[in-house]
Ligand binder design. Structure first.
Ligand code: 6PG
Length: 241
């Protein structure tokens, strides 16, 4: 793993830097494999990045978009991560519908939708059951409680080692989420973190030792690059790392 921590002066600079990195990683993947795969985060922080991506001239037919987690609501629900990314970005570009791979949320149950999505991922990447595909980029955020994707403190999802996707649990509400082993297979994981409310969580995530069941973002140790892009309010105490 190659870990890079950058503390940017403000949120605008954080978004600008994330755009630059995402563009370069997408182009590099297309250059070497003919296609690029990116998994998106929910939450408010990446929305301006998605809006900026909507203005870029990229070979969209070579880019495949996934989500690292999803709230268990239909795509037109205000809480939908898919809905947010579509309105900020994907509805504004000329990308083939087949290149958008949302997590299903309208099946018979979260567990059934998890199985369906896992089969879709294995099929897309051509990876046999029991092996984990490697995304080119996985975007993540953290919550004030140090969760990432829908890997919440003290939930069963944190223990899952043998699945790509599982059911997350946010205060009793089901979510669908990538598992830590799937995220850790990525070529590049990029956390975008802004605001002073994230400081206590970051201190525990960056501490030499702390319990990953309490601070789930500690589970993220990808085989490729791990980027932490922080604005000054979030990262001022970490600028020396
Ligand atoms: C979600 C997310 C989640 C998010 C963090 C940060 O669907 O809720 O994927 O993990 O990234 O909660 O959210 P903010 O960017 O709004 O702080």
């Amino acid at each position: 793993m190659k870990k890079i921590v950058e503390v940017l002066p403000d949120k605008e600079a954080l978004i600008k830097r994330s755009l630059e990195l995402v563009l370069s990683k997408l182009n590099a993947a297309i250059g070497s494999n003919g296609r690029a795969t990116i998994a998106l985060a929910g939450g408010g922080t990446p929305k301006p990045l998605y809006e900026a991506l909507a203005t870029q001239n990229l070979p969209w037919d070579k880019i495949h978009v996934f989500w690292g987690d999803e709230r268990y609501v239909p795509a037109d629900h205000p809480d939908s991560n898919q809905g947010m990314a579509r309105s900020a970005w994907l509805d504004k570009i000329d990308i083939p519908a087949a290149n958008i791979h949302p997590m299903p949320t309208t099946g018979t149950s979260p567990a059934a939708d998890v199985q369906k999505h896992e089969a879709e991922l294995q099929d897309f990447f051509g990876t046999p059951t029991g092996t984990f595909p490697a995304f080119d980029i996985i975007l993540l955020g953290i919550g004030d409680d140090a969760h990432t994707a829908s890997l919440f403190p003290h939930t069963d999802a944190l223990q899952v080692q043998d699945r790509l996707v599982t059911v997350g649990n946010k205060d009793g509400q089901p979510r669908i989420t990538f598992t830590a082993p799937l995220i850790n297979q990525a070529h590049c994981v990029m956390f975008l973190v802004a605001g002073s409310s994230k400081r206590p969580a970051l201190a525990q995530i960056f501490a030499p030792a702390a319990d990953a069941m309490i601070y789930p973002s500690r589970l993220i140790q990808p085989q490729g690059e791990l980027w932490w892009l922080l604005d000054h309010s979030a990262g001022q105490e970490l600028s020396n790392q």
